[in-house]
Design a protein around this ligand. Structure first.
Ligand SMILES: NC(=O)c1ccc[n+]([C@@H]2O[C@H](COP(=O)([O-])OP(=O)(O)OC[C@H]3O[C@@H](n4cnc5c(N)ncnc54)[C@H](OP(=O)(O)O)[C@@H]3O)[C@@H](O)[C@H]2O)c1
Length: 251
């Protein structure tokens, strides 16, 4: 008897002996496979494993570094954007060796809201088949503070990074997505945008902007096969949240 057949027979005997456990395992397995197929097939719609690129902003550290790894794993070439080129290049090299995809990096300080820097960034995207954009870059307050006591520079940086960077990077990749008739844009929000958060008023307001911006843009570009989603994040270990350890409620 072949090894496979004897394994199958043992499985049937076990299932007969423990029908409830077998049903649960079968159900769990079916859900896992269905989830895997759904994810793979749906990302294929946006060019996974077909040479398309995923652009991820704010990728030298934090949540989006993980996004970049997952998108590479799904079969996208990844383009990482943040300020620290050394960290970006290290992450890009790690991704390229682990998942055999192409990578590119670009350094920009979104806080500066500099037209020339946006133009350079936009030129780097030219000619790439961009299937996915993750607008992740974000800045919060150094510490909870009343608006009246917030340093002006901090307020300006939060608006430039959370609002302008999302709009301007989206603006630069949208024509290509419209031309290619497909795309996925993920805007990373925050529970502070859903629940008005005193002492984080500027951050809270910019994250609320993202929710409305996402819904409006999603309607505009649906006709071009482009999906725009808003992801509301709760607590995650990162430099921004200043949370150092994960727990049941913090990933
Ligand atoms: N962590 C949480 O608990 C939490 C909760 C809700 C929502 N979120 C949202 O999730 C997103 C990611 O947060 P995170 O916690 O992963 O943040 P993070 O650890 O602070 O990472 C932010 C990333 O953005 C880059 N960045 C920061 N300032 C920049 C600038 N001026 N120009 C260009 N790049 C810049 C940083 O790299 P460089 O320093 O190299 O530029 C880094 O890669 C944000 O939109 C945040 O609002 C986070």
């Amino acid at each position: 008897m072949s090894y496979a057949r004897s394994l199958a027979n043992s499985g049937i005997q076990l299932a007969n002996a423990y029908p409830l456990a077998a049903s649960l395992l079968l159900g769990f397995g079916a859900i896992t496979i269905a989830k895997f197929c759904y994810r793979t097939l749906s990302l294929k719609r946006y060019g996974a494993k077909k040479g398309a690129w995923a652009i991820v902003t704010g990728t030298s550290d934090g949540i989006d570094k993980e996004f970049a790894f997952q998108l590479a794993k799904a079969g996208f070439n990844v383009f990482l954007v943040a300020r620290n080129l050394e960290l970006l290049d290290t992450a890009a090299a790690e991704i390229a060796s682990k998942y055999s995809v192409s990578t590119q990096t670009a350094s920009i300080d979104f806080a500066k809201d500099d037209d020339a820097a946006y133009e350079i960034l936009s030129q780097k995207f030219q000619g790439l088949d961009v299937g996915v954009l993750v607008n992740n870059v974000g800045k919060s307050h150094a510490m909870p503070v009343y608006l009246v006591d917030t340093p002006k520079e901090e307020m300006a940086d939060i608006v430039s990074i959370n609002v302008n960077a999302t709009m301007r990077v989206t603006y630069s990749i949208l024509p290509g997505m419209i031309h290619g008739k497909r795309g996925l844009i993920l805007n990373i929000g925050s529970f502070a945008g859903a629940i008005p958060s005193p002492m984080l008023a500027t951050y809270s307001g910019t994250k609320a902007f993202l929710a409305t911006f996402t819904s409006a843009l999603a309607e505009e570009v649906r006709q071009h096969g482009i999906t725009v989603e808003h992801i509301n994040t709760y607590f995650v270990v990162s430099k921004l949240s200043k949370i150092r350890k994960s727990s049941t409620l913090i990933s």
